[in-house]
Ligand binder design. Sequence first.
Ligand code: ZN
Length: 349
Amino acid sequence: MGGNTLSAPDFKTCLQELPKVELHNHLEGGAMFPDLALKFAQRNGLTLPFTDQETASAYYQFDSLDQFIDILRTTVSTLNTAEDYADAVERHGIEAKRQNIRYHETFVTYGLVASRGVPWEAVVEGLAEGKRRNRDQHGVETAFIVDLDRTLPEDMALEHVKLAVSARSTVDIVGMGLDCQESGWPAGRLKSCFQLAKSEGFRLTAHAGEDGGAESIWDALNNCGVERIDHGVQAVEDEELLKLLADREILLTVCPVSNLRLCVFPSMRAHSLPKLVEAEIPVCLNSDDPPMFNSDLVNEAEVVYETFEFSQQQIVGFLRNAIEHSFQRTDHKSALLSEFDQIRDKYFD
Ligand SMILES: [Zn+2]
């Protein structure tokens, strides 16, 4: 690639046209666009603290991860049936198609709904139907990563891993991860869950180093054997960790707008992304929970480009990293990479 720089509109067109992959987007929070949450609430005879887009925007205000999760849990209380799940997965597919995201790995956190008695069978039925709609009607390939709620008792978390194993033939569950409250809930507490998931052939990742420090990332790497880290932005505290992440080419699925909205950094300029890139750690960009943070993948790329001194080619490289480090089949990955490179080379000589 040469050093040409595109005009802002051309760069936007390029970002849109590239065939993309997104690796860090949650089924529950990521589908809770106010219209969908309200539809689910009506269908299930529930009420929400908002009635339309405007009041929803006022409600989706938070200044910490814990506060965000409380709001998320209230909104996600509307998600109850197989039909709700199918519609939620399809909304992810529609949003993906709009941005030319061809393949996405979506986190599903059964712990968010299990305590309300939502049967796992209904979740699986909905995921399978949503995935079918995305493939047949929207041309988007959807895979799932079952995320454990960090705060679950170990025996219950193990049950969730077993449920995920039982559903593999019905839906495309490619991996296991970890999310929800980080501080005070070490990943190593659920080590046995990761051992079981690994023995069953799941790929492994974990949310770590978001509002927890570098030690939380060490914990996920050393005790859970994860291959990727979701967020990982606090790794900058620790030189030794930065080197290890770079040497082992462990991808960080970074979500800049989410980090800003959850006050992980006081401003976008203060974000650790440039230091992570300088340390030669592979990163990709992600929208986390787009309706809650008012973002999407293309927007993340634009915000990062506008905020920092990255070249356009570097931004494109972050998008390419997501394809390379995805948990999809190698032949599918190669095909998408070659299409990606062809389009990239059309813009950059
Ligand atoms: Zn996340």
